[in-house]
Design a binder for this molecule. Structure first.
Ligand code: 1GP
Length: 241
């Protein structure tokens, strides 16, 4: 059993900035994994997230097995669905979509996941997942059939994050959606940070070192980047160790 959550807390205590590279099994051909992970290993990335909105059964596990041949970083499942669960990963973000009001994504999918999790040697990290609007429909919104929270509804965003913490979640993930045209504003991150005693993950639309830096300065404990690396792996050059 790993201690990924404890290590995250220790890193934050030591003012370390955490960066997760998100790999979507639907977008990463197996033959590209070795080259991609070599770049991850040379970068400031601290974690690898694996998951997608809709992925065929078995695909996520095959990808993780390949990543593990080359990666030195912890691999954390960030699944859109319980069929993506694999104990080849080190940990699982056990997500509840607390910005939405669809019971399937608040508790239904989680119950469906238990028979798989019972046998798996996976560290499980309860995570409150908060989707913010992004000017267009994201795949999370489409698949979960939930409405994201408007960015100007700062009180609702803050209250939702706090409710997640008080329900016992160990992480809050503020999500703009994969490929978002603009990342979550630092002003929102700052306000949410004031509410929380647990780590805050921020992702969606991070395409520059400046955007990542601003998120950290506003209080993000971890930033997640996926699309920017998918579109142009030379972005790793800006994030070298
Ligand atoms: C999506 O937050 C992650 O769930 C990462 O988003 O793909 O836009 O980097 P991007």
């Amino acid at each position: 059993m790993t201690n990924i959550y404890r290590d995250i807390l220790t890193s934050i205590f030591n003012s370390k900035r955490l960066l997760a590279v998100l790999i979507d099994p639907d977008k990463m051909p197996i033959e590209n994994v070795s080259g991609f992970i070599l770049k991850v290993n040379d970068s400031r990335a601290t974690h690898i997230f694996v998951g997608g909105s809709e992925v065929d059964e078995g695909k996520t596990e095959r990808l993780i097995v390949e990543i593990k041949k080359y990666a030195q970083l912890p691999i954390i499942l960030f699944p859109g669905d319980h069929i993506q669960i694999s104990d080849k990963a080190d940990a699982l973000l056990f997500l509840s979509l607390i910005s939405g009001r669809n019971p399937e994504y608040l508790i239904g999918k989680q119950v469906e996941a238990i028979s798989k999790l019972r046998e798996a040697d996976l560290e499980i990290v309860p995570t409150g997942y908060i989707l913010l609007e992004n000017g267009r429909q994201t795949s999370v919104e489409r698949v979960s059939k939930t409405k994201p929270i408007e960015r100007n509804n700062i009180d609702l965003i803050m209250d939702t994050a706090k409710a997640g913490e008080l329900l016992g979640m160990k992480l809050i993930y503020l999500e703009a959606g994969s490929g978002a045209t603009h990342p979550i504003e630092p002003s929102i991150i700052e306000r949410v940070r004031t509410q929380l005693n647990i780590p805050l993950i921020v992702g969606g639309g991070m395409r520059s070192t400046q955007a990542i830096e601003e998120a950290y300065q506003a209080g993000a404990s971890m930033v997640v980047v996926g699309t920017a690396f998918e579109e142009d792996e030379s972005f790793f050059n800006d994030l070298k160790k």
